[in-house]
Design a protein around this ligand. Sequence first.
Ligand code: FMN
Length: 352
Amino acid sequence: MYAALRPLLFRLPAETAHHAGIWALSLAEGAPNIARWHRNRLKAQRPALAMTVAGLTFSNPVGIAAGLDKNAEAMTGLFGIGPGFIEVGTVTPRAQEGNATPRVFRLIEDEALINRMGFNNAGADAVAGRLREQTWRPGPIGVNFGKNRDTPLERATDDYVGLAHQLGPLADYVVLNLSSPNTPGLRALQEPDALRVLLSLVRAVLPKKPLFLKIAPDLSDHAVRQAVDVVLECKLDALIATNTTLERNVTHALAKETGGLSGRPLKARATEVIRVAFEHSEGTLPIIGVGGISSADDAWEKILAGASLVQIYSGLVFNGPGLIRAILDGLEAKLAQHKLSSLQAAVGGVAG
Ligand SMILES: Cc1cc2nc3c(=O)[nH]c(=O)nc-3n(C[C@H](O)[C@H](O)[C@H](O)COP(=O)(O)O)c2cc1C
């Protein structure tokens, strides 16, 4: 069905198509039984693919990446398309508009997007209200935190600590997003000394909550290892690798647009970051792999590199919601092919 819909959606500006998609999914809030029925039909619960990460149970390993449902408006509809988990946000303490439009671009031939949204979101109060109302949670709901654009970088920790107090208790897991390229200076917080301060302050507010850090693909391998060390030192539970890239390994006319590139051109570097982090932590730090996944083979590649879970965003735009089921079916086939009884056994590589 998406094959028929896609040409129509792609005639709309990318952000308009996005709003149409979120609106359509949000209709399920009024008809949760349809979402439940659809989720059952897709067999979102896959025993061989089930994972436990940070003490949370995931009925399958494919999640919705941050940025798709920034304001937690469409969680029921999204669960209806079969993911094992959903990450809402990025949420900032106060609502903000983000950058001027247009701010999302499709590089169709490259199966890529460039976005410079700039954390447009309804703010923590609005998202808190929606999370409180969301009783149907067939999988974990993560909340991704960011700083307001007008909060000075020296005060960034205040934003993250405030969000931890307000939204932490409503989230199954919390993500500290220090890797968006669209908030000036944000990525500097990934540097070890600043990172240590921020992670320990948030950890102190949420001593037991599954707490993850999301990093950029543009860190050097050395900087990835340093970030892993700080994450382990501050007792965070997992790493999300990666956010969008400032690199432009594409020749598309739109490649000159400012913003973060996602989708297929990001795939190789995101996988490499996973591999570096997995090897450096000797497999002790769970990793959520994200970047350019548009098939079961892509997801499998991330898992072999060390990801315990994966997330998708651009792949959904180009392939539609059926991608989730296709990935789940394909991962089950991979397990059968390698004579493995669980996905956990494939994390970090399989013999032979
Ligand atoms: C339009 C758009 C908006 C995004 N917004 C966010 C965001 O608010 N917070 C965040 O952590 N990542 C955000 N991302 C990054 C995605 O979560 C993901 O890390 C990245 O797109 C790579 O995955 P993909 O190649 O499957 O798209 C956004 C991505 C896109 C395309």
